[in-house]
Design a protein around this ligand. Sequence first.
Ligand code: 3PG
Length: 393
Amino acid sequence: MAIRQIDKLDFKDKRILLRLELNVPLKDGKVQDTTRIEQALPTVKFLLKGGASVIIVAHAGRPNGNVVEELRLTEIAKEMEKLLGHKIKKLDEAIGKKVEKEIEKMKPGEIIMLENIRFYPEEEANDIKFSKTLASYADYFVMDAFGTTHRAHASTHGVAEYIPAYAGILVSKEIHALSPLLEQPRRPITLVLGGAKIWSKIGIIKNFIAKADHILLGGGIANTFLYAQGHYVGESLFEKDKVDIAREIMLDCEKNHDQLHLPEDVIVADEMSDDAKTLNVPVTDIEGDAKIFDIGPRTAEKYAQIIKNSQTIFWNGPMGLYEHPPFKKGSETIAKAMAETYGTAIVGGGDSVDCIKRCGYKREDFTHISTGGGASLEFLAGTMLPGIEPLLK
Ligand code: 3PG
């Protein structure tokens, strides 16, 4: 995929509107994880070094077009200022007279961060006037919010209609890391998919039915497939309205490489707690009101062997409720195999990334850790993402 990159751009004395992915976990207004902020720094540094002034646009949470005090970007700006070692002037609005005045005064080397762009309903509506206003602030638009490239919003898509658009360093890196999965990946190819809901994973499964050698399922999504296969799943979480689509996918897989793997054994318990009493049972032996909270050791070991024997592996979604020690083992075994495999190991999705951290692994233990959960899934589903499409050469 050929995209316009910022290394080809002369931005000395120019104003850049830079869309970043700074949607980080916040608790009591404080930033809990700085990964996304750290990943945004190379582009900011590159632009400053080249003599630009930088206007940062970002969002936090889902305020649905309203001002939500806890979702202001003030703390995120402070955290970024610390990590960058450079002053950031955080504004309390994203458009309007005050903002315009501040932008007019900007000198090369200065940074302004606009307020949470999702405080404005026009953002998610991809409003033309709003996009034009944002575009009027700068000479160039640089898109570096990979995690938001699957949203057709004013600051990710609309704005690129009105000023020249380029990909930042992170977006370029993500496309470079994920594209080989779509374009001639080294085989065997394995997808490891978990988490609670199927809907976000249907696209990627369908796109890989003809390509993947193995699709390993765990978490809540596996429960829906087990149910569709006719297993009793007790009181386990599963999606009744997705049973038909699960059956359809199973049939398609049978017709192709018969590559779909479901858990053979699981960890069940009555309650989800740190001291829950657990039982390891074959999926044929689930009884009463038992709830599945993890894949079992036999399944985890089988999945780990497949991962280690694969050349290309993509993992999104934990195998169970890894936050609770009794249900962590399945995801931990996957994380270990991903870290140990000689194949290309790519991890995406906030929960899987959190899980590998809790298991004591570092970024360097994997080929690539994507900053986009939904975005990486949609990218691998083969859809042209609205935040990437304007960057194509
Ligand atoms: C993310 O955190 O995955 C992105 O910021 C997108 O957030 P959204 O799902 O609220 O659009």
